[in-house]
Design a protein around this ligand. Sequence first.
Ligand SMILES: NC(=O)C1=CN([C@@H]2O[C@H](COP(=O)(O)OP(=O)(O)OC[C@H]3O[C@@H](n4cnc5c(N)ncnc54)[C@H](OP(=O)(O)O)[C@@H]3O)[C@@H](O)[C@H]2O)C=CC1
Ligand SMILES: O=C(O)[C@@H]1CCC=N1
Length: 275
Amino acid sequence: MSFSTNQNNIAILGGGNIGIALAKGLVKSGKYNAEQITITRRNVRSLQDLTNQGFGATDNNAQAVQQAGVVVIAVLPQQLDGLLDVIREAVDPEKHVLISVVSGVSVADITKRLVKQVQVVRAMPNTAIAIQESMTCLASNNATKENMALVKDMFDTVGETIEIHEELMTAATALCACGIAFFLRSIRAASQGGTEIGFHAAEALHMAAQTAKGAAALLLATGNHPEGEIDKVTSPKGCTIAGLNEMEHAGFSSAMIKGIRLSAQKAGDLYVKSN
Ligand SMILES: NC(=O)C1=CN([C@@H]2O[C@H](COP(=O)(O)OP(=O)(O)OC[C@H]3O[C@@H](n4cnc5c(N)ncnc54)[C@H](OP(=O)(O)O)[C@@H]3O)[C@@H](O)[C@H]2O)C=CC1
Ligand SMILES: O=C(O)[C@@H]1CCC=N1
């Protein structure tokens, strides 16, 4: 791929959970190599494993920006202003496209802090990006169509992408980025049930995870509504409807909906601007 800058180097500022998952996913896709990706963090020694795999690693954010065309910002919201202050001079609106995965921070927040009209695309991936299975939501109000398409190409290599309005980014954070944790917890709970009824923990977890994968694959492959697929499982007077109704009496759907609502509200409140 080639950004308009003709600089195919990628700087990932913030080599934590999502920054590293992204770096690994991009290389796993086969479309990028480790040598073109530099990851930064203050505790750079923690990136030793990645340098052994060929990635660049540094604690010098400004230098990483200077050597890249695409700059991914992947620090926590409370760490963002300090980082933007450090890279301000190095950011060149003619040369760089910024991608921010930082929750609750708008394109305008970033350009205002940088005091530069650089193109910024917000991306909200989830941790399945490490295995090319992310659901990544993208939004920008100042990127050119060409650069938006190029960012989409990049995230298409590590899962599915959808372009949304920026005002829906906090909702996307709750549903997709936090959402992976909600489904993981559901699988964990199913495995705990499985152990209580007779399976060893490891086999119960594997069986629950494959069953969850089958459920998601059914919906994605057929486009059917979940309730249509549920109706095919629930035999009259059967054990599925008995289990399902018991879960609903205990508030299963309600708990998921309320959790997603609270996450979305919290996602919008994560960024507190510093002076
Ligand atoms: N985790 C997830 O599933 C998702 C997270 N996000 C968003 O991504 C961002 C990162 O989240 P996550 O990866 O979980 O957080 P982590 O805390 O795991 O990673 C943040 C990283 O940033 C580094 N860092 C902090 N300050 C600087 C700095 N000035 N320069 C360079 N590196 C720095 C930290 O390392 P050190 O302390 O060594 O500097 C740390 O490794 C957040 O804004 C979050 O909202 C978005 C989607 C999904
Ligand atoms: O929990 C968080 O705040 C981050 C944002 C989305 C996923 N993890």
